[in-house]
Design a binder for this molecule. Sequence first.
Ligand code: SF4
Length: 101
Amino acid sequence: MENESVTKIKKPKWLRVKLPTGENYKKVRGLVDEHKLHTICESGSCPNMGECWGEGTATFMILGNICTRSCGFCAVQTGKPEEVDVYEPGRVANSVKINGS
Ligand code: SF4
């Protein structure tokens, strides 16, 4: 058969995603949960969360986590945005301040 002659190529290391672990990850996870924040990291199902959050970096989504667009490559929920949470900016600012950034 034709497939038998195909050589298997080993996948590159960078293709494997690290599981989210470590103190920085837990700290970011805690801040996001405690302050009820939205991140594109989670809403967009970004595969880099383990690496970025593990280094203490997250990217906030503001004005909710619903997008009016429906891009085929993006995992953010599509729909009509909810009412603006006027306390969100304060929570975002506090979490950044607590994280020391
Ligand atoms: S900060 Fe990192 S995990 Fe968050 S969206 Fe950007 S690349 Fe993805």
